[in-house]
Design a protein around this ligand. Structure first.
Ligand code: ATP
Ligand code: MG
Length: 139
């Protein structure tokens, strides 16, 4: 069993697709082990995306991520890191495959609706960034 962090970004919440994104996870048999809605401060967004701090889009990305509420979830399942990335589609929606979340809803390389951890190490860091142990359901 593996865990990953999923975020429905401010554009996804604004587009009213929270339910559709969650439905895609549940249809695949992925379990939601934790979930909450919150709005990040600039400092919190910078901490979350610290790996990207040298990238030219860092300031714009962290502004975008603070621009409205987000939904943060811990997803659980076999191979869920890769499976979630598959459901999300490519970072740039123009390269995303048919039927992926980003193909269906993203409008911009930055405003791409969802985030998903890309490896076990980043998943562990990202889950701890948002949830303490008591907030994650054990089964
Ligand atoms: P995420 O980490 O959000 O799941 P990702 O792993 O597909 O997405 P990263 O390369 O980690 O993509 O980039 C993190 C986020 O930064 C992207 O999801 C996107 O919102 C933004 N981003 C990435 N590349 C660019 C770019 N060239 N211009 C603007 N924003 C970008
Ligand atoms: Mg990433």
């Amino acid at each position: 069993m593996e865990r990953t962090l999923s975020i429905i970004k401010p554009d996804g919440v604004a587009k009213n697709v929270i339910g559709d994104v969650i439905r895609r996870f549940e249809t695949k048999g992925i379990k939601i082990a934790a979930m909450k809605m919150l709005q990040l401060t600039k400092t919190q967004a910078q901490g979350f995306y610290a790996v990207h701090k040298e990238r030219p889009f860092f300031n714009s990305l962290t502004d975008f991520m603070t621009s409205g509420p987000i939904v943060v979830m811990v997803l659980e399942g076999e191979d869920v890191i890769a499976e979630n990335r598959e459901l999300m589609g490519a970072t740039n929606f123009k390269d995303a495959k048919e039927g992926t979340i980003r193909k269906d809803y993203a409008t911009d390389i930055e405003k791409n609706v969802v985030h998903g951890s890309d490896a076990p190490e980043t998943a562990a860091f990202e889950i701890k960034y948002f949830f303490n142990d008591l907030e994650i359901q054990k089964r």
